[in-house]
Structure formats: structure tokens, C-alpha cells
Design a protein around this ligand. Structure first.
Ligand SMILES: NC(=O)c1ccc[n+]([C@@H]2O[C@H](COP(=O)([O-])OP(=O)(O)OC[C@H]3O[C@@H](n4cnc5c(N)ncnc54)[C@H](OP(=O)(O)O)[C@@H]3O)[C@@H](O)[C@H]2O)c1
Length: 259
């Protein structure tokens, strides 16, 4: 038996992961702020799939409550799979954002998944296996398409996942970054963007089913809406070609000052 801890499991993508993983026989630890929604989902999953489901209410922007989730990852029944899914965006632009709002978003989208992965990884290394799935976004690749720092937090999720995979992959731990594009969830109600004005919005179960296909194939990065995989492969090939050119003790010719 395997146990998965899912953050942001009360709604949207996280709730869909909970249903799909329960159907695969995973026991679950469901984390979010809305206890009622988590309890209702837990009851449904227990009766439909005969799995064990714990509910852990936590506001991941509160350091003490985040610490309690990290403690659960370190102790109790071993967690084999961490789904770092909870996240949000801020309405408005960077220029109009308040410092408290920026700090809140970084805490939720960056600090929380980082510290939860940190709490999970030690036990996984000891056991020689485990998985960490981090939910990023395609706007992490194209930050010009979304206002404010949301895209930057999602770029972090991508590079964090890639760096972590390089470090812990050889120790038997699988790390996947999932990059959704627009997906029909309540996040849009809070973002200031009317989802009805968007085209090509993916349904949440389709997104999660596709992400799980990438999971089963052990992809490092899964971009469910990307039809032409060659585009991503070319992007990665270009990125991997860069380091050879970074090995230079002197500035590149174009940066030399002519005296
Ligand atoms: N939907 C999209 O178009 C889209 C596209 C790209 C990436 N994503 C990413 O997908 C992930 C899931 O979002 P979603 O679209 O499924 O949105 P959603 O339906 O609004 O769900 C967000 C989940 O995160 C939880 N959450 C929010 N703030 C929290 C906090 N402070 N502490 C603990 N849990 C918190 C919410 O639960 P409570 O309110 O109960 O706490 C909820 O379960 C996010 O990381 C988002 O950035 C979404």
C-alpha cells in the first residue's frame, strides 16, 4: 500500500488527484483550510474505494500550520507520494499589489511546497523510493502572459523540480513538475479573470488524468495541453546546450570594453 499527501485537496485539481489516487488504491492525507469540504471528500473516498483517508486542516501560509503538515510528512505512516498542489494567484498587477499580498503568495506558492518537499524527502531517501509532484503552470515558461508574480512563483516550481530531480532522482525518488494551462477551477473566480472569456479551458479531470499518464511514464515535466512534444524537446535541448558556453573565464566578446 502507498500513501499520498495532497495539498489543496478540498477543490479543483487537488480534489481530482484525491479521487484518482484513491481509485488507484492509495491511502490519502488531505490538506487544505476547508475542513468541511475535506471531510465530505474523505467520507466519499473511504466508502467508494475502501482506502484510509486522514484530514489535516492547515493554512499553508501560517508557519505553525505549515510546520504541522511538515511534521506529518516526517512522522506517522510513511508518505510515499507528495502532491504539492495548493496555490493561488493575486488579482491585479505587480505595481498595484500590496507587500503583504506578495509575501502571502510567495509563502503559499513557493515556501510551502519547498518546505513540504524538504520534510518529505529525507524519509524517501531512507526508504530508497518516493515521489514528489509539484503543480506549476505554463505561465512559468511564458511570464509575459499573466500579471504580477504568479508566473515567477510557477517558474520557481519548474526549476525547483528540475534541480530536485537531478539531486534525488539517483536515490530512487521521482520528481514531476506538472504545467497546466487554463483549467476550469475556482482559482479563476479569485484571480480577477473571468474564465468565460478564456478559450481552450481544460476540464479538471482531463488535466489530472493526463498528468497521471506523464506520472506513469516518469516524465520530469508534464505539460498536458502541449500537443507538439517536439517543441518542449527542442526547448530542453537548447537549454542543455547552454552550459558548455558558460564555461568561460573571460566575458564574451560582445561585452568587452574597447579601450
Ligand atoms: N486552474 C488553472 O487554470 C491552473 C493553471 C495552472 C496552474 N494551476 C495551479 O493548480 C493548483 C491548484 O489550483 P486549482 O486551479 O485547483 O484551484 P482551486 O480549485 O482554487 O484549488 C486550490 C486549492 O488550494 C487550497 N488552498 C488555497 N489556499 C490555501 C492555503 N492558504 N492553505 C492551504 N490550502 C490552500 C484550496 O483549499 P482551501 O480553500 O480549502 O484552503 C484548494 O483546495 C495551484 O497551484 C494553481 O496555481 C491552476
Amino acid at each position: 500500500m502507498s500513501t499520498a499527501l495532497i495539498t489543496g485537496a478540498s477543490a479543483g485539481i487537488g480534489a481530482s488527484y484525491a479521487r484518482r489516487l484513491a481509485a488507484r488504491g492509495y491511502d490519502l492525507v488531505l490538506v487544505a483550510r476547508s475542513t468541511d469540504k475535506l471531510e465530505t471528500l474523505a467520507g466519499d473516498l473511504r466508502s467508494s474505494f475502501s482506502v484510509e483517508v486522514e484530514v489535516l486542516t492547515a493554512d499553508l501560509t501560517d508557519p505553525a500550520q505549515l510546520g504541522a503538515v511538515a511534521d506529518r510528512l516526517r512522522s506517522g505512516a510513511a508518505i510515499d507520494l507528495l502532491i504539492n498542489n495548493a496555490g493561488d494567484s493575486l488579482p491585479g498587477t505587480f505595481a498595484t499589489a500590496k507587500p503583504d499580498g506578495l509575501q502571502w503568495l510567495i509563502q503559499l506558492n513557493v515556501t510551502a511546497p519547498t518546505l513540504l518537499a524538504s520534510a518529505a524527502v529525507a524519509g524517501m531517501i531512507e526508504r530508497g523510493n518516493g515521489g514528489i509532484v509539484n503543480i506549476g503552470s505554463v505561465v512559468g515558461l511564458v511570464p509575459e502572459y499573466f500579471n504580477g508574480i504568479y508566473s515567477a512563483t510557477k517558474s520557481y516550481i519548474l526549476t525547483f523540480s528540475q534541480g530536485l530531480a537531478a539531486e534525488v532522482g539517483p536515490k530512487g525518488i521521482y520528481v514531476q513538475a506538472v504545467l497546466p494551462a487554463a483549467t476550469r477551477t475556482a482559482i479563476w473566480d479569485r484571480s480577477g479573470v473571468d474564465v468565460a472569456t478564456l478559450q481552450n479551458v481544460m476540464e479538471v479531470d482531463d488535466l489530472v488524468d493526463a498528468a497521471l499518464v506523464g506520472f506513469d511514464r516518469r516524465e520530469g515535466v508534464t505539460i498536458p495541453p502541449l500537443a507538439d512534444a517536439a517543441l518542449w524537446n527542442a526547448f530542453e535541448a537548447a537549454r542543455h546546450a547552454l552550459p558548455a558556453s558558460f564555461a568561460n573565464a573571460v566575458p564574451a566578446e560582445r561585452y568587452r570594453i574597447n579601450v
